[in-house]
Design a protein around this ligand. Structure first.
Ligand code: NDP
Length: 278
């Protein structure tokens, strides 16, 4: 029986991961800004479920949540950094405050939780971290620049953490979901920038419209994504990344092919900048 620590477990993917872990007999620390939502959604597990208040932007709360988890279950085996939020708007349309708010949750919040949990895993000499990134952590689309930047940051942090923590017995991976049928595109989650510039109607404006039209119609099933996350966490060696969903596979393949083609095309110019030995 492992101990799972999940952020953003009030709804969506985080709730489904907490539910799936509980259903197969794990002990779960389900954290949320509003713990009552988790208690209502996951009744009937008094021995194996600990519900804790955690806004990931609050370092004190993160440390307290980890201390509670350790006191109750003796450690943390699997950390799922799931809490996150979307933002749609062209880069220029996005205000400083709007950009910082999304980074506060998706990037600095994740770092806060990582700093709180890592000492527990290092002391145990084992553990697994699964960072919920996005297709947007690999590919950026018009209107999603700042959100993508936050998930690109998650990818960078994850890649480095993987190298830093592997020698200490801790495995780290990023999970890259495509569109999941959660509240992510709804008004309770997705923020639209306040300032709309007409010149971006065909680019970021189209993304805004896409978000409105596709809320509730996304291809990905969050319960099935949660099942995949459990499968991933069970692997003896977790891969560096796990894309989720058919569109994610094709979007990442297209991106990798474009990057590969550019490398080939521009390799001579790239090499031309090396210091010439005399
Ligand atoms: P939801 O909007 O349904 O859920 C988001 C969760 O994050 C909620 O539990 C929310 O809590 C929580 N959250 C937001 N801000 C904070 C905070 N400051 N502290 C703690 N919890 C917070 O979206 P998803 O379940 O779909 O999103 C889960 C993850 O998956 C996110 O990281 C998202 O970026 C990523 N993702 C989602 C995709 C999708 O299409 N759905 C695609 C790719 C990636 P509260 O209820 O309090 O608001």
């Amino acid at each position: 029986m492992s101990v799972w620590f999940v952020t953003g477990a009030s709804r969506g993917l985080g709730l489904e991961i907490a539910r799936a872990a509980l259903e197969r007999g794990e002990r779960v620390v389900a954290t949320a800004r509003d713990p009552r939502r988790v208690e209502e959604a996951l009744p009937g597990h008094p021995d194996r479920l600990l519900v804790v208040s955690l806004d990931v932007t609050d370092q004190e709360q993160a440390e307290a949540a980890v201390a509670m988890a350790v006191e109750r279950f003796g450690g943390i085996d699997v950390l799922v950094n799931n809490a996150g939020r979307g933002l749609v708007g062209a880069v220029e349309e996005t205000s400083d405050a709007e950009a910082r708010a999304v980074f506060d949750i998706n990037v600095f919040g994740l770092l806060t939780v990582v700093r709180a949990v890592t000492p527990v895993m290092r002391a145990a000499g084992r553990g697994r971290m699964l960072n919920i990134s996005s297709t947007g952590g690999v590919v950026a689309w018009a209107g999603w620049g700042v959100y993508s930047a936050s998930k690109f940051a998650v990818e960078g942090i994850t890649e480095a953490l993987r190298l830093e923590l592997a020698p200490l017995g801790i495995q780290v991976t990023s999970v890259q979901p495509g569109p999941l049928r959660t509240g992510f595109l709804g008004t309770s989650s997705l923020e639209n920038v306040e300032r709309v510039i007409d010149d971006y109607a065909a680019t970021s404006g189209a993304s805004r419209a896409w978000a409105g039209e596709n809320h509730g119609r996304q291809e990905g099933d969050p319960a099935r994504a949660a099942a995949a996350v459990l499968t991933l966490a069970d692997l003896p060696r977790m891969p560096a990344h796990l894309p989720l969903g058919t569109s994610t596979l094709s979007d990442i393949r297209t991106k990798l092919a474009a990057v590969g083609a550019e490398l080939e095309t521009w390799q001579d110019l790239a090499r031309s900048t090396d210091v010439v030995s005399t």
